[in-house]
Design a protein around this ligand. Structure first.
Ligand code: EPU
Length: 317
């Protein structure tokens, strides 16, 4: 429908250029592969980097009234972009306006959705604020970490959140207290149909910078030893209750199983790595193969953790 030649993407791009501020970036057929850690998939029909909250609001209202889907993109570390790309407006909060790091009273920190987790940890270390180290190695930004309730090393993003700022797809801005946000394992319901703009994160514990750095190094070492370096989307499946998807895929004999350029990592079996030239069709075929085999061997139905951008796994599995 939206992908049909009759759908006038040129007109929509031109309209957006006239509606948004001069500092907003608006592009057509923008390749997404290099904006994801998996390094594959097609283009965004329209790609926008708004320069302010007002730009974002204008964009959402325009998209809603023209029935164009809007897809927020974070650092692209937890998603598979379909080979045909996405018939949507992809929104990336890459402008500095969205990347703030501001230490408030009581050592709370206001962070913007566009701030990379790595930068958060660097800035917090310099400021002598401990408590965010577990986020360091996650290749994402605050927005994506909120959307996915990202976790590592025993900590989850929403462990450290006090309030969440978001804009719903009708352009309305909200600040929610953590108690009013519904989160679970790799999920935040309020962000299913909204974009995270930022958060106030918990009062951190004062600590000497070198002590914080040492803790970050411990996590980094652990990650380097247990996870592959090749392009991937992180863990591909959710862990089933009381078990590990990686362990189950491993005992099902699937390490190095391959479809096209996509391969099950031999470092950690819950990672599909792009060995070069992988397509989203390769990854989807490999996901199906893994699910079938793990179900046969271990009797467990694994559910994907990564997002299929602009689509859903049910439609392809
Ligand atoms: N294991 C195997 N074979 C493998 C991989 C793992 O036997 O190929 C075993 C390990 O030996 C260990 C167990 O499975 O006993 C769990 O493995 P690991 O400690 O690596 O943790 P995980 O549950 O596989 C989770 C998160 C990761 C996060 C790590 C470290 C999920 C799906 N994964 O992995 O998150 O980095 O803990 O905290 O929750 C992500 O979400 O993308 C991600 C990478």
């Amino acid at each position: 429908m939206n992908g049909s030649p009759q759908f006038n993407w040129n007109q929509h791009a031109a309209d957006l250029k006239s509606l948004l501020s001069a500092s907003a970036k608006i592009k057509q057929e923008e390749a997404l592969a290099q904006k994801t850690t998996m390094r594959l998939g097609g283009a965004a029909r329209i790609y926008v980097e708004p320069a302010s909250k007002d730009d974002l609001k204008t964009l959402f209202i325009y998209a809603l009234s023209n029935k164009i889907p809007v897809l927020p993109l974070g650092r692209g570390s937890n998603l598979i972009v379909p080979d045909s790309g996405v018939d949507a407006i992809v929104v990336y909060l890459g402008n500095d306006y969205f990347s703030q790091f501001e230490v408030l009273a009581d050592r709370k920190v206001r962070v913007g959705a566009g701030l990379r987790l790595k930068n958060l940890c660097g800035l917090a270390t310099t400021a002598g604020l401990a408590g965010f180290e577990f986020l360091e190695g996650i290749p994402g930004n605050i927005g994506g970490a909120l959307r996915m309730n990202a976790g590592a090393m025993g900590g989850w993003m929403f462990d450290v959140v006090e309030t969440l700022d978001l804009m719903t797809l009708d352009g309305v801005f909200h600040t929610l207290k953590k108690a009013d946000v519904h989160t679970g394992y790799r999920h935040c319901s309020e962000l299913d149909h909204a974009i995270a703009l930022g958060a106030v994160i918990n009062p951190a514990t004062p600590q000497q910078s070198d002590v914080i750095s040492r803790q970050i190094d411990v996590y980094r070492k652990k990650r380097h030893e247990s996870q592959p370096r090749e392009p991937s989307a992180g863990c591909i499946f959710k862990n089933p209750e009381n078990d590990s998807a990686g362990r189950l895929i491993d005992v099902s004999g699937l390490k190095k199983a391959r479809v096209g350029g996509a391969e099950v990592s031999d470092v950690h079996a819950n990672f599909i790595v792009n060995k070069g030239g992988a397509t989203s069709a390769d990854v989807i075929a490999l996901v199906r193969h893994i699910r079938a085999r793990v179900s046969e061997v271990a009797g467990v139905n694994l559910e994907p953790e990564v997002l299929l951008f602009g689509s859903n796994w049910k439609s392809v599995l």
